[in-house]
Ligand binder design. Structure first.
Ligand code: MG
Length: 159
């Protein structure tokens, strides 16, 4: 049996924060604002996995009102979500993601993001696709106010 899930997340870009995407710290003049490390890509992946199994969303599992998640490493949270998936008898078929950001250029970091995400989920990087796009200067990513990420996943029941 297969289950499909999708995730979407948005974080505001501000000065004085680290920029972390897919567990990779990217040198840039701004970073994403959030209670955790605000890793918008990893958050979208977690929501896709939770959604596929109708397990709610990351806010219900890792509330941003809980001090233990302040500055949290989202890759470590993804690992926990991966464990939930495994406990329910599923494995990752594949995950496909897109990050929308006007700047910086993300291409040099994509492979490392795929490695980080796949390692957290104990799966192969070949099952994880990460793409980046600009939105042509339009909207909240285009004007540099924030970054968004979408993810879709397929889970397959282990035999
Ligand atoms: Mg988020």
């Amino acid at each position: 049996m297969m289950r499909i899930g999708q995730g979407y997340d948005v974080h505001r870009l501000v000065e004085g924060r680290r920029l972390v995407l897919g567990g990779v710290e990217i040198p840039y003049e701004k970073g994403l604002l959030g209670h955790s490390d605000a890793d918008v890509l990893t958050h979208a992946v977690m929501d896709a996995l939770l959604g596929a199994l109708s397990l709610g969303d990351i806010g219900s599992h890792f509330p941003d009102t809980d001090p233990q998640y302040k500055g949290a490493d989202s890759i470590a949270l993804l690992k926990q979500v991966g464990e939930m998936v495994g406990k329910l008898g599923y494995q990752v078929g594949n995950i496909d993601c897109t990050v929308a950001a006007q700047a910086p250029k993300l291409k040099p970091y994509i492979e490392k993001m795929r490695e980080n995400l796949s390692a957290a989920l104990e799966t192969a990087p070949s099952k994880i696709s990460v793409k980046a796009t600009t939105e042509e200067g339009l909207g909240i990513t285009g004007n540099g106010e924030g970054m968004t990420a979408t993810a879709i996943c397929l889970l397959i029941l282990k035999d």
